[in-house]
Design a protein around this ligand. Sequence first.
Ligand SMILES: Cc1cc2nc3c(=O)[nH]c(=O)nc-3n(C[C@H](O)[C@H](O)[C@H](O)COP(=O)(O)OP(=O)(O)OC[C@H]3O[C@@H](n4cnc5c(N)ncnc54)[C@H](O)[C@@H]3O)c2cc1C
Length: 403
Amino acid sequence: MDLSYNAEYEAFRQTVISFLKAHWPVPDSAGEGAADWPRPKKEAWFRKQAIEAGFLYRGVPKEFGGAEQEADILKATIIRDEFSKRRAPMEAPGIGNMMLVPTLLECGTQAQKERFVAKTLTGEYHWAQGYSEPNAGSDLASLRTRAELVEGENGLEWSITGQKIWSTLAQYAQYMFVLARTEPDAGKHAGISYLLIDLKAPGVTIRPIKQVTGGKEFCEVFFDDARTPADWIVGERGQGWTVSKATLAHERSSIGGAQTSVGLFEKLLSLAKGVNYQGVPAIEHPVIRDRLVTLEGYVQSHLYSSYRQLSMAAAKQNPGRITLMNKLINTNIGHMVADLAKDLIGDAALTMPPIKGRAEGHEKWLNQFFGSLGVAIAGGTSNIQRNIIAERGFDLPRDDAQE
Ligand SMILES: Cc1cc2nc3c(=O)[nH]c(=O)nc-3n(C[C@H](O)[C@H](O)[C@H](O)COP(=O)(O)OP(=O)(O)OC[C@H]3O[C@@H](n4cnc5c(N)ncnc54)[C@H](O)[C@@H]3O)c2cc1C
């Protein structure tokens, strides 16, 4: 494992720093006179400069709005590090960039890429994910939403009928990528197709679900003969299961980064330095110190395991089960950090009002605590992740429940 960057990469780092000084000189700013702009406009302006400079969307071809740079995981890491140090915007947030764009680039038609990719990168198109159903979560392939080709006003269309649930922020999305059963006579996995649909289409009803935090981040989405063009299918008919696995791989790798764990732990340390626990500063209490040291051990292992993954990927070796383990480790650390923070805040945590809008102060930790329970479920639960690690990472026999 070699953790140092050579002179070429250090020179690249300087180029990134110079770019940031010119275009995002202090946190929360962008360019001359930008202080008065609304934040989304500032970010959009900055992203455009960063794409032109070759720093954002490096893997996306220029014809679809990306920077089209040669794959270089070390350069990508340097960019991520330097941008996050200055809190400069990275890729536009949302499931579209994270999951749909890589899937379309891998499995979509030329027309689909031209129609959807660039505007998803800039954040003009927001997407929701329509996988889970009330009776299909971990066992996703038992989904029942169905789609059939019918003659519509504009030629052949898919008619979709069924229900999705837990669709993150679907109430704000224009489009959804949906898994639907199109081949009712085929086997469980072979009968599914991956379709795109405009959520404003007639026959689509979106109902936000109210959460314990007071927010409404998920929706139920009902399809009642909702129509979408015949060519808005990604991959072949009945190949949706393979396409969906490509999407999930992107979701799982994006949930697994070590920087989140390191950043969270630093915030936990600041909290422990600022509050009292059983009458003494929390950071000096032996029980708290013990829990902090244990947690730091996990965080450091995660960090070095991610460096190992990076070194292996840079050397074009397959990091194998290390990648599989990252989401699980990250999820566990997020929960343990929030759990300790909750104990440090004490009884006040129980009396805090529901959180509306952006959480400030201690209530951020409550959000983190509840959110950490959600992360252990999103993109495949921790139990399922353990199964995958056992089966694909250690070649143990398959879990019959998933067949
Ligand atoms: C924050 C968040 C965001 C989400 N966003 C979306 C979204 O945008 N779109 C979408 O489609 N879905 C989304 N989901 C849904 C998520 O994918 C499902 O909740 C998840 O796949 C689990 O399904 P389930 O809730 O039906 O639980 P179940 O599958 O019923 O699982 C219940 C429990 O049983 C365990 N279990 C089940 N099967 C096995 C097994 N074979 N071996 C061991 N244990 C097992 C699970 O680990 C879990 O503890 C989101 C969920 C969360 C929490």
